[in-house]
Design a protein around this ligand. Structure first.
Ligand code: FEO
Ligand code: CA
Ligand code: CA
Length: 777
C-alpha cells in the first residue's frame, strides 16, 4: 500500500551494511577500550513563460564586486565580540519567538501566489494542482539570498534592497496540502493531487524588496524573476555520468537530460552567483515490483540495494481468516519456520523465490494521465519493462540523488545536475573560502545513518572574472576535479580518500562493485566510499565554512543506532540513554554533534586534515560526560541540522529534532566559535575517547529563536547589510492525523495567537530589528 500517512524525515534510510576496513579498525580499538556503561503541470510551460518575461539576461561577465566573489561579501571585521541579545527560552508555543527588540514576519508560505494572476491562498479553497507552478511549494528548506542589480538583471553580491531569495521545497505534508488530505481511488492517486504534489516539490525563486528605512521585506509579486522549479522541470546532466548508459531513460535515451528535482534539502551557493540544490531522500519516490529481481543483473542489484531500492524476500506467514498476517503481542508478523527454524520463502510457479514489491512514498506512478501524458507518471516505476534502458524507466532512480545547479538570474537555460559531485542522499553543499588562484572545494554530507562526508575539489583555480558566469562557470568549476570521501582517525587526524576510477582499488576487480569508469564511481559513490574505507558518521547534514579561518563544520544530527549496529568511535563517540516525556527510552547518539576540521596547510586540495568536535547537543541537565560542551538552559539543544556561517563569522545552528521536543520546539542558535583544538581530550559516558572543543558559554552560544509546534527550523540566509535574516519553518503540525484536526495553526498564529482552526503551512520568515539595526550587531 502506498504510504499516505505523513512522511517523517527520521524514517531515514539505513542502507550502509558495508564492513569496510577502517570500520573494523575502529571497532577493534573500541572493544579494546571496553565500554564503561553498558501538463500544464510540467516544467515546460513555466520555462516558456518565464523566458518570455525575462529579457535582461545577457550572461555578461562583469563583476559588480570587490570582494573576490562570495555570497554575500565576507567581512570578519564586523563579527560581534560577544552575543548580547536576550536569550529566547525553551518553549512549546505555537509561534516563532525572537529576542526582545526583534520582529518576525511571515514572508512566503505554502500555496502563496508568485504571480498576480493567481489568487491569494485560502485555506477553504485549495487551488488546483497545476496552479502550484505559480505558488509556493511545501516543506521549505535550504535557502540563499542573491543581491539583484535591477539595472543589469544580474547578481550583485552587495545589494541588500533587491534580491532573489531562492529556497528548497523538500517534500510535502499531504494531510494539509490537499482539500481533505491525500486519497486513492481504486488503487490510484487522483491526477490533480499528484500534479499538486509534484509541483509542491522543487525550488522557488522569488524577488524580495527591503525598505531602506524600515527594513521591512516584501515579496515583489509581479516580478519577472519569480519562478518555480518543480519535480517536472527539464534538467540537463553534466560531468562524468552525463551521457552514460546508467542515465539512459525513455525520456532521454542518450542520458543527457531528465525531468525534475525533488527532496531538495540543504543547499549551497557558488562564488559566481548560482544556487545549488540537493536531492536527499530521493529513492523513496520510486516503485519496484518483486518480479523485477529476475530482470536485473547481480551488479544492478548491488547498486539498487545500497541506495535503498533492494527487494525483500516474500516469506510465508500465519494468516488471519481474512488473509491478513497474524501478529504477536509486539505487533510483529508471525512467520512460518522450517525444521531448522528458518523462514520459508514463497515460491512462484517456476519454483523461484518470490520478492515483495517496494512501495513509493506518494504513489505517483499510480496516476492516470488525462491532463498530463501518462509518461510523467510511468517514470516513477523503476521496473525493467522493455528491451533496453532507453525504452523504460529502470534507470530513473539514477537520474536523482545529484547536486543541481540553478542560475536564479537565467530562466532560459535548464538547471544542471552536476554529476562530478557524486550521487547519494545529498544534504547540503558548502563552498570553501574563495581565494583567487586557488582551487574551490565543495563540502557535502550524505544524510543517512552511517553514511559519509564528501568533498569535490575543482581542477580550475578561482578567477573572480567568472562572477556572473552562470552555467558556463559551473561547467568550469564543477565538471572536472577530484572527488573524495572522509576518513576520521581516532587521534584527531583524518584523510581524504580519493574516489577516482583506477585509483584506490576503484576498478573492475573491486570486490564491492565492478567499477568500469568514473561514471560508475560517481553514480554509485556510496559503494566507492565503502570500498576505500570511509568513516560511517551519525547522519551528516549541513556543512559550513568559517570565513575567519576556513575551518569546515558538519552537523551530525543524531543516530539511534550508534553504539549498536554502528559501534562508537572517536568522531561519533556517544551512546547513551535518555527519556522522552519521562517514558520512552531513546538510545544511541540521541542529541547529535557538530564536527569540525581544518585542511592541512589550509589548502582546499589537501588530502589530510585535523578534526575535533566543536559542539555536542545535549540537555542542560545531562551528565557532564554526555553534555560535554557544558550547555546550559540558555543554549541547550538537540539534533543540529541546518547550519551556516554568515560572512562575519557568526555561526547559525538550527534543529530538526524529535528527542527534546517534549520540552521545547525546534530552534535556531547563534554562535561565535573559536577554532580547532581550543578544547581538550574527553571521555564519553560510554567510555569512548574523543577530542572536544572549548566549553561554550552564554556569550558565545545563545538561543536566538524558537519555532511553532512540531516544526523544524531550517534554511538561513541574510541580506549583505546584515539587517534582515531569513529562516524557514518546515512542517509545523506534522503529527496531525487529519486535516480536520490540526495540531498547529501556524503561520496564522503569528499574527493571531488565538487562532485554533487555520491549516499549518511551511513558510519563510524574515526577522529584522525594530530599530532597523544589524542582526546580533
Ligand atoms: Fe532533509 Fe537530512 O534533512
Ligand atoms: Ca529527554
Ligand atoms: Ca536537513
Amino acid at each position: 500500500m502506498t504510504q499516505l500517512t505523513p512522511y517523517h524525515e527520521d524514517q531515514e534510510l539505513d542502507n550502509n551494511t558495508s564492513t569496510n576496513v577502517h570500520f573494523r579498525d575502529i571497532l577493534e580499538q573500541h572493544i579494546n577500550r571496553r565500554s564503561l556503561i553498558t501538463k500544464t503541470a510540467s516544467g515546460a510551460v513555466a520555462l516558456t513563460l518565464a523566458s518570455t518575461l525575462t529579457g535582461c539576461n545577457d550572461n555578461d561577465n562583469k563583476s559588480n564586486n570587490n570582494n573576490g566573489g562570495t555570497n554575500p561579501p565576507i567581512d570578519p571585521n564586523k563579527k560581534p565580540e560577544k552575543l548580547n541579545f536576550t536569550t529566547v527560552p525553551k518553549n512549546l508555543n505555537d509561534i516563532v519567538t525572537v529576542p526582545e527588540g526583534y520582529e518576525a514576519h511571515v514572508l512566503y508560505a505554502l500555496g502563496d501566489s508568485i504571480n498576480p494572476t493567481y489568487a491569494e491562498w485560502d485555506d477553504n479553497n485549495i487551488p488546483s494542482g497545476p496552479s502550484f507552478q505559480f505558488r509556493s511549494g511545501d516543506c521549505h528548506d535550504g535557502m540563499s539570498y542573491f543581491g539583484l542589480n535591477t539595472a543589469t538583471g544580474r547578481y550583485d553580491e552587495q545589494q541588500s534592497n533587491d534580491g532573489l531569495l531562492v529556497l528548497n521545497h523538500e517534500y510535502i505534508n499531504p494531510t494539509f496540502l490537499h482539500p481533505k488530505g491525500p486519497s486513492k481511488v481504486d488503487g490510484r492517486r487522483p491526477e490533480d493531487e499528484v500534479i499538486r504534489e509534484v509541483n509542491a516539490h522543487g525550488v522557488s525563486i522569488i524577488h524580495v524588496k527591503k525598505d531602506t528605512k524600515t527594513q521591512k521585506v516584501e515579496l515583489v509579486k509581479n516580478s519577472v524573476y519569480n519562478r518555480r522549479i518543480t519535480g517536472s522541470t527539464l534538467m540537463e546532466f553534466a560531468g562524468p555520468a552525463a551521457g552514460n548508459a546508467l542515465l539512459a531513460t525513455k525520456f532521454s535515451p542518450s542520458g543527457v537530460q531528465t525531468r525534475g528535482t525533488h527532496n531538495n534539502c540543504g543547499n549551497g551557493y557558488t562564488p559566481w552567483g548560482t544556487y545549488l540544490t540537493t536531492e536527499e531522500n530521493f529513492i523513496g519516490y520510486f516503485q519496484r515490483s518483486g518480479t523485477d529481481k529476475y530482470q536485473r543483473t547481480a551488479t544492478e542489484e548491488i547498486a539498487l540495494k545500497r541506495y535503498g531500492l533492494g527487494l525483500s524476500i516474500d516469506y510465508q506467514y500465519e494468516k488471519n481468516p481474512d488473509g491478513t498476517p497474524k501478529k504477536n503481542e509486539k505487533g510483529e508478523i508471525i512467520y512460518i519456520l522450517d525444521a531448522q527454524k528458518n523462514k520459508i520463502p514463497n515460491l512462484d510457479e517456476q519454483g523461484r523465490i518470490q520478492y515483495l514489491n517496494t512501495n513509493s512514498r506518494y504513489g505517483w506512478e499510480t496516476a492516470q494521465g488525462q491532463v498530463e501524458s501518462q509518461d510523467l507518471y510511468d517514470r516513477w516505476n523503476a521496473d525493467v519493462k522493455a528491451a533496453n534502458a532507453g525504452q523504460d524507466y529502470r534507470n530513473a532512480p539514477n537520474t536523482f540523488g545529484w547536486m543541481v545547479e540553478i542560475d536564479p538570474f537565467d530562466s532560459r537555460q535548464a538547471p544542471v545536475k552536476r554529476t562530478a559531485l557524486g550521487r547519494f542522499a545529498h544534504e547540503d553543499c558548502r563552498t570553501s573560502r574563495v581565494i583567487e588562484g586557488q582551487n574551490l572545494a565543495f563540502y557535502m554530507g550524505d544524510d543517512s545513518r552511517g553514511e559519509y562526508i564528501y568533498k569535490f575539489v575543482s581542477d580550475a583555480k578561482w578567477d573572480p572574472k567568472d562572477i556572473n558566469g552562470g552555467y558556463r562557470a559551473g561547467d568550469k568549476y564543477m565538471n572536472s576535479g577530484k572527488f573524495y570521501v572522509a576518513k576520521f582517525n581516532a587521534d584527531g587526524t583524518g584523510q581524504w580518500l580519493e574516489l577516482s576510477y583506477g585509483k584506490n582499488g576503484l576498478t573492475e576487480s573491486n570486490p564491492v562493485y565492478p567499477f568500469k569508469s568514473q561514471a560508475d564511481v560517481v553514480t554509485f559513490a556510496r559503494l566507492a566510499a565503502d570500498s576505500v574505507g570511509a568513516t560511517k558518521m551519525d547522519r551528516p547534514e549541513w556543512c559550513a565554512v568559517n570565513p575567519v579561518n576556513g575551518e569546515v563544520y558538519v552537523t551530525l544530527t543524531n543516530n539511534s543506532n550508534r553504539g549498536s549496529s554502528y559501534p562508537t568511535d572517536a568522531a561519533n563517540p556517544r551512546n547513551y540513554e535518555d527519556l522522552y516525556n519521562n517514558q520512552k527510552v531513546q538510545k544511541g547518539n540521541v542529541n547529535g554533534h557538530i564536527i569540525r576540521f581544518r585542511e592541512a596547510e589550509d589548502k582546499t586540495t589537501a588530502e589530510s586534515f585535523k578534526w575535533d568536535i566543536y559542539l555536542f547537543g545535549a540537555e542542560a541537565a545531562m551528565a557532564s560526560n554526555i553534555n560535554l560542551s557544558g550547555l546550559t538552559d540558555s543554549n541547550d539543544f538537540s539534533s543540529p541540522d541546518g547550519m551556516w556561517f554568515d560572512p562575519r563569522g557568526v555561526l547559525w545552528i538550527q534543529t530538526d529534532d524529535g528527542a527534546y521536543t517534549d520540552v521545547t520546539n525546534c530552534m535556531m542558535l547563534a554562535a561565535l566559535p573559536g577554532q580547532l583544538n581550543d578544547g581538550s581530550k574527553a571521555t564519553t559516558s560510554n567510555g569512548t575517547e574523543t577530542i572536544v572543543g572549548a566549553k561554550v558559554n552564554d556569550e558565545n552560544l545563545r538561543r536566538f529563536l524558537t519555532g511553532p509546534k512540531e516544526c523544524e527550523i531550517t534554511g538561513v540566509t541574510m541580506t549583505p547589510d546584515y539587517k534582515a535574516i531569513f529562516i524557514n519553518v518546515q512542517h509545523p503540525g506534522e503529527d496531525a492525523k487529519s486535516y480536520a484536526a490540526p495540531t498547529s495553526n501556524w503561520p496564522a498564529t503569528q499574527t493571531d495567537p488565538n487562532n485554533t482552526t487555520a491549516r499549518p503551512r511551511s513558510a519563510t520568515v524574515v526577522i529584522t530589528r525594530k530599530d532597523g539595526g544589524v542582526i546580533v550587531g
